[in-house]
Design a binder for this molecule. Structure first.
Ligand code: HAM
Length: 472
């Protein structure tokens, strides 16, 4: 590369990568409010926050979400974490590995282990967090804790999907999980309903309107395979009326045909057998009880036999919540029951139920409804003049901030008119003038920008006066 070309490249603007975005103020205030609502509501239901790693062993997601799912087969950001030569050498040293005089491994086992380590570990940016919660549950022996284990989390997830409104490659979730190893079907149904009740409380407190809850049961490993065969047979009969994707799915995953948005397939899908009519007695009992529990709690829902969810770990109860103003990506929350997932990951037999809210979509819907938070206004703009008065300005600004006021202290000296103009543009309520006279007499001039009213006050009076005039 020529020097000129190198320089040109150096100057090229670097932008955020596709599907990834910055969230800026004042929008961040809305994010904070939504997240704070989750902290508060979830705490009232006895949930504790878990902070999880952003990346995990790829195998964790492959095993829990399922290798055939879109998430695992197409959408994960995975990379090889190769050890350096030094790290490898240190590992051998730590294990006191013995070598022959010619430099070969003394044991074949050690040699094999070394070859494996050299290949590096395959890691993945988490596409969701249920798998991580289960991993952490096992790793920390949480099954020994008293009662059900109730955890929630919030943070970024990563899926290489086609970006569009409400669909990003780095997106945010607020999720919660309940893990338990006791209780019967009736207890499970009550836990399901309480989790959904917590969700509806959250959406209500967050101010989201027009949400709809959709419910389904997708059966268990007893009844689902039988239903899938039934569905496959029904689909085979109408195969030539289906599009190429659905035709392929008849073989690979017939349940996914129910997900199809293709206009020409809608009437056909309506007539397909529905899983809720083919549940085994236990699944039927739980589903019936969940609906009873929701009704008892006054939570309205619609049954949706097409709600199969895209992740393999689900069984029995599944649900989704939609919100207005989002176009085609209108699911703001998805969840369901996943008994057996902990066991699949090497833990004890455990039941699980949980959900994840798509925070980006909640924010979009709130913005669409114009439910924006009241922005924190700037209380005081410090217009200081004369270099030697800067230390006095710093001292007063700190005192006002300690009193909880929002203060802007410009780092450089400005002409009086320019300082007041900027105070106005920044939306400050007051301008505090600090010049030679003020510092000498310890009487500071405060100007209310709304009407120009001016007062001379001592430092102590200043705090009281400004606090009294604070916006509610
Ligand atoms: P999920 O349905 O894959 O479930 O995702 C939950 C929610 O995350 C979706 O309803 C949507 O609001 C949001 N979401 C998903 N992908 C994107 C994206 N690319 N851009 C923006 N938002 C997105 C799960 O992740 C499960 N772990 C939920 C769960 C927890 N089930 C049991 N426990």
């Amino acid at each position: 590369m020529s020097e000129g070309a190198g320089k040109a490249q150096e100057k090229r603007k670097i932008q955020a990568i596709k599907g990834v975005r910055d969230i800026l103020p004042p929008e961040t205030a809305l994010w904070n409010r939504v997240e704070q609502t989750a902290h508060e509501v979830f705490a009232t239901y006895g949930f504790g926050e878990i902070r999880l790693p952003i990346f995990e062993a790829t195998e964790l997601f492959a095993r829990s979400i399922g290798t055939e799912t879109d998430v695992v087969s197409k959408e994960m950001y995975s990379f090889k974490d190769l050890p350096t030569r030094n790290e490898l050498a240190l590992e051998l040293w730590d294990r006191s590995v013995q070598f022959t005089p010619s430099g070969d491994f003394q044991s074949d086992e050690e040699k094999q282990l070394f070859e494996e380590r050299k290949k590096g570990e395959l890691l993945t940016l988490r596409p969701e967090a249920t798998a991580s919660v289960c991993r952490a549950y096992i790793e920390h022996g949480m099954h020994t804790l008293p009662g059900n284990v109730k955890l929630y989390y919030m943070g970024p997830m990563f899926r290489r999907e086609r970006p569009q409104k409400g669909r990003y490659r780095q997106f945010y979730q607020i999720g919660a999980e309940v893990l338990s190893h006791t209780g019967d079907l009736k207890d499970d149904a009550r836990v399901d309903a309480e989790v959904i009740e917590m969700l509806t409380t959250f959406f209500e407190k967050a101010g989201l309107e027009g949400t709809a809850l959709y419910l389904n049961s997708i059966g268990c490993k007893e009844c689902r395979p039988k239903y899938v065969e039934l569905l496959r047979a029904a689909l085979t009969k109408v195969k030539d009326k289906l599009g190429p994707d659905s035709q392929r799915r008849i073989e690979t995953n017939p349940l996914r045909v129910l997900d199809s948005k293709l206009e020409s397939e809608q009437a056909i899908i309506e007539k397909l057998p529905r899983i809720a009519e083919h549940l085994c007695p236990d699944c039927l009992e739980e589903y019936t009880e969940v609906k009873k529990q929701l009704a008892m709690r006054g939570i309205s829902y619609a049954q949706n036999f097409r709600l199969v969810r895209g992740l393999d770990y689900y069984m029995r109860t599944t649900f989704e919540i939609t919100a207005p103003g989002l176009g085609s990506q209108n699911a703001v929350c998805g969840g369901g029951r996943y008994d057996g997932l902990v066991e699949l990951l090497g833990g004890p037999p455990t039941k699980g139920i949980g959900f994840a809210i798509g925070t980006d979509r909640v924010i979009l819907s709130l913005q669409d409804m114009r439910k924006l938070p009241v922005e924190r206004a700037l209380d005081v703009y410090v217009a200081w003049m004369g270099e030697k008065n800067y230390p006095a300005a710093v001292k007063i600004a700190r005192r006002l901030r300690e009193a909880g006021l929002a203060v802007e202290l410009p780092p450089g000296e400005m002409k009086f008119g320019k300082a007041l103009g900027l105070a106005d543009k920044l939306g400050a309520r007051y301008a505090l003038i600090i010049g030679d006279d003020e510092v000498a007499t310890k009487q500071f001039t405060v100007k209310r920008l709304e009407d120009g009213e001016q007062k001379k006050l001592s430092e102590r009076e200043l705090v009281e006066h400004l606090k009294a005039g604070e916006a509610p």
